[in-house]
Design a protein around this ligand. Structure first.
Ligand code: LHQ
Length: 259
């Protein structure tokens, strides 16, 4: 359900339940989780590239998994979030390596919000983002009610979530919800090149940069300046800083090792 391949330091993960638009069942949750754990542990992996197989990126939770027509007790969706979506979002945000998401087609519900949890989101022009939750009586999850207002402001966040109207990739880029919308045929070449470039970068510094920018959402300037100082001290002690400055002075490309 999740295809995984490592090339040039990039772990490429492809959600792969194409007949269900790559919506999440338990097996796909577990497979993604295992790969995210691997990305955390393996120092040879220096960037992650997440995408979807077929014509969609991910349609959120597999709604066929809990057919209310079959009767039984009402489901505990909080448990699904605790067991699956929330750990996934936390793993993506805490990974000290860049996570690139290549949104190849529709991203709906939790599928949209998993994409938005990634560090750099590039979408094919034909892709759409849908906060589908309100159509079925739910609230935005997988971090959406946190990330949406931060990325695009309360007015747009509320309208998207309350109406469940699809947002085009180009408007998403115009609004700053994502980094770029690119022609469909350029998506994977561009996303792969970007992931490769980041994987060859100063991973320790990139990881600290990611954490600092994330932390800014919840910190005040005074404590943030202290955090920046601590991170810069750590980055300044990295081999990659010495290499970066040496390469600059020698007028040659830097050969970063990621530490
Ligand atoms: C699907 C799905 C799907 C199953 C397409 N499930 N089969 C968290 C905690 C616990 C529980 C609840 O949820 C959550 C978080 C959530 O993610 S809630 C939101 C769940 N997602 C949705 O509500 C989106 C449902 N899907 C759609 O609205 C449409 O499929 C979109 C707009 C994404 C795409 O529309 P189309 O391009 O017209 O494709 P389609 O609807 O024809 O879908 C293709 C196939 O995929 C189709 O199967 P079929 O056998 O008829 O070819 C769909 O039934 C299936 N599929 N999404 N979430």
């Amino acid at each position: 359900t999740v295809l995984a391949a490592v090339e040039s330091g990039v772990l490429k993960l492809t959600l792969n339940r194409t007949d269900k638009l790559n919506s999440f069942n338990e097996e796909m949750h577990q497979a993604l989780r295992a790969q995210l754990d691997r990305a955390h542990q393996d120092v040879a992996i220096r960037a992650l590239l997440l995408t979807g197989a077929g014509r969609g990126f991910c349609a959120g939770q597999d709604l066929g998994d809990r057919d209310p027509r079959k009767g039984g007790d009402k489901p505990d969706l909080g448990r699904t979030l605790d067991s699956y979506y929330n750990p996934t979002i936390r793993l993506i945000r805490s990974l000290n390596k860049p996570v690139i998401c290549a949104v190849n087609g529709v991203a709906a519900g939790a599928g949209a919000n998993i994409a938005l949890a990634c560090d750099i989101v590039i979408a094919a022009r034909s892709a759409r983002f849908i906060q589908a939750f309100s159509k079925i009586g739910l609230v935005p999850d997988a971090g959406g009610s946190w990330s949406l207002p931060r990325l695009i402001g309360e007015a747009r966040a509320k309208a998207l979530a309350l109406t469940a109207e699809p947002l085009s990739a180009e408007t998403a880029a115009d609004w700053g919800l994502i980094w770029q919308a690119v022609p469909d045929e350029d998506l994977m070449p561009q996303a792969t090149a970007l992931a490769g470039k980041l994987a060859a970068g100063p991973t320790l510094g990139l990881g600290l940069t990611k954490q600092l920018i994330q932390d800014a959402a919840t910190s005040d300037l005074d404590s943030h300046l202290d955090r920046e100082r601590d991170c810069q001290r750590a980055a300044g002690h990295s081999d990659d800083y010495a290499e970066g400055v040496t390469a600059f002075l020698e007028k040659r490309p830097a050969q970063f090792k990621g530490r």
